[in-house]
Write a protein of this length. Structure first.
Length: 307
């Protein structure tokens, strides 16, 4: 990538300390696999295999990836889950569970179930035909059976318990489903909707624990009011960051962090770490030059003001 700063690399700098914190609880710190759930931040190509409006398997995506190939990663190159797996010494790339010919080694070292456009709110996925988080859990159950066939019941159970789980989603719930479409605003005021999404996120983590996961890194959401689409829709003529949207993100992050702390105290043997994506990314948007960025108000593709 030369001297061009990578947003994905910055995300990894934010994510990695939290990931290592989640990893650190076990006396045996080797991590056999990285297993990923979420949205476009960590979708390596699952959306290629489904009928959805959210696609990126075409240029300029992938222009800095291996062989300059657009793989379905929502990035110019690798995505955070790839970089984290590499930093942990697991493997170089975390493959998509769907639409990929997975061999035994792929399954033993982890896959991604993430789908661009997904969120905790089932309506978020429905609006763009993404894979909902509930279906991502069903895919994980299917994966567990495949793992048992390959490794045997005892080893499969050990891999599931010692693996690291990365969950990154929630941005689209607020930015797209609540603020951009009218459907949820009929049912919920903003505080009630945030409570609904946090409760759904908490249920997801609880279910993941029930399936055997113990070490989980769960992301909060970024300053959604500074996303290109939200600047365009709610930032006025100057396309400033939408303060109300950012305030909503702060409240959501606070509530989710509290719930994850509660789960840590109530789920035996769990190590659940909240990832603060908001603070560092807001700092980037306020001081882009400090990070080597020039453009912070436009997206990389399409018109740049919505995409």
């Amino acid at each position: 990538m030369g001297m061009i700063p990578s947003f994905a690399r910055l995300c990894v700098l934010i994510l990695l300390p939290h990931v290592l914190q989640a990893q650190a609880r076990s006396s045996n710190r080797t991590t056999p696999a990285l297993i990923v759930f979420g949205d476009s931040v960590v979708d390596p190509g699952n959306n290629n295999a489904i009928v959805t409006t959210v696609k990126c398997n075409f240029p300029p995506y992938g222009k800095d990836f291996i062989n300059h190939k657009a793989t379905g990663r929502f990035s110019n190159g690798k995505i955070p889950s790839d970089m984290i797996a590499s930093r942990l010494g697991i493997k170089q790339l975390v493959p998509a569970y769907l639409g990929t010919e997975l061999d035994a080694e792929d399954l033993l070292t982890g896959v991604s179930f993430a789908s661009g456009g997904s969120g905790y709110d089932p309506l978020t996925s429905e609006l763009v035909q993404a894979i909902p988080m509930s279906e991502q859990l069903n895919m994980f159950k299917e994966y567990m059976k495949k793992l048992e066939e390959i490794a045997g019941e005892r080893r499969a159970r050990d891999i599931i318990s010692r693996s690291l789980y990365l969950v990154i989603t929630g941005t689209d719930d607020l930015a797209n489903t609540y603020f951009t479409t009218p459907f949820r605003r009929v049912e919920y005021d903003l505080p009630s909707y945030i409570k609904f999404v946090v409760a759904t996120a908490t249920s997801f983590v609880q279910e993941l624990y029930n399936l055997g996961a113990r070490r989980m890194s769960v992301s909060g959401i970024s300053p959604i009011g500074c996303l290109p689409s939200q600047r365009t829709l709610a930032g006025g003529i100057e396309r400033e960051c939408a303060d109300l949207y950012n305030q909503a993100a702060v409240i959501y992050n606070s509530e989710l962090s509290k719930e994850l702390q509660r789960l840590n105290h109530t789920l035996p043997g769990s190590r659940i770490v909240f990832i603060d994506m908001y603070t560092s990314l807001l700092d980037l948007m306020q001081r882009p030059e400090a990070y080597g960025f020039k453009e912070i108000a436009r997206g990389c593709c399409g018109t740049g003001i919505f995409e």
